[in-house]
Ligand binder design. Structure first.
Ligand code: IPE
Ligand code: IPE
Ligand code: MG
Length: 217
């Protein structure tokens, strides 16, 4: 089963080119994720993990952050669609009870509900990284691992936010940026990388197929 990671970048630029506010780009980006989930299911992708909001993104303007929070509530509210597609949704990020976690309670509630309401689905696993940073995750994993015994690769693996996530086969980044930006650094050590000029709202089935071809050829 293939694990695809997506750094969903370029929503702001997509909107700017259309003389729209950045928030419209995020709205379209969320719609595109819903479309892409359908395509990924058809392509028999096992695991789709997307970067929704990073630990670094909180410095953005308040109105933009609030809009993105609302979109995550909407995304985690798509339970009927996910159930129709037999997709199980997960979340990863700074644990809600940790000191530096920033996910507001109304988003936490939507996340918890979506996870519970799709828990018995057996098809693709969609993981949304929100308030996620790879450095925070690795520090967390190392602290828990070191407290419990020897610190080695296996003990770090066991203490990542979602230890059951398999390693990433192909990492996608949209919008022409050639960076990984603190996303699944540990999990993508051996991944192929697919960079595209297309902004996230335009990342379509052909683009996914091009990324999958790096793994399947
Ligand atoms: C990605 O799009 C979405 C998030 C980081 C939340 P951007 O908002 O980074 O779009 P650009 O990079 O400014 O075009
Ligand atoms: C990466 O995009 C984070 C997400 C897609 C959530 P950014 O636009 O925040 O990344 P940088 O700052 O350009 O590297
Ligand atoms: Mg960006």
């Amino acid at each position: 089963m293939i694990h695809v990671g997506c750094i969903m970048d370029g929503n702001g630029r997509w909107a700017k080119r259309r003389h729209l506010p950045r928030t419209e780009g995020h709205t379209e980006g969320e719609e595109n994720l819903a479309r892409l989930v359908r395509v990924a299911v058809k392509r028999n992708v096992g695991w789709l993990t997307v970067f929704g909001f990073s630990t670094e993104n909180w410095v953005r303007p308040r109105t933009e952050v609030r809009h993105i929070l609302g979109l995550h509530k909407k995304l985690f509210g798509r339970v009927a669609e996910l159930n129709e597609l037999n997709v199980r949704i997960q979340w990863m990020g700074r644990p809600f009870d940790s000191r530096d976690a920033r996910t507001p309670r109304y988003v936490q509630r939507a996340i918890r509900k979506a996870i519970a309401d799709t828990a018995s689905n057996t098809g693709m696993v969609l993981t949304v990284a929100f308030d996620y940073g790879s450095h925070a995750e690795m520090v967390h994993a190392a602290q828990v691992a070191a407290a419990g015994g020897p610190l080695d690769q296996a003990s770090i693996d066991r203490n990542l936010y979602l230890p059951e996530l398999p390693r990433v086969d192909v990492m996608v980044r949209t919008s022409g940026e050639l960076r990984i930006s603190n996303f699944m650094l540990w999990q993508s050590a051996g991944a192929e990388v697919y960079f595209t000029e297309r902004p996230w709202p335009e990342f379509d089935a052909d683009e996914l197929d091009a990324a999958l071809a790096l793994v399947r050829e």
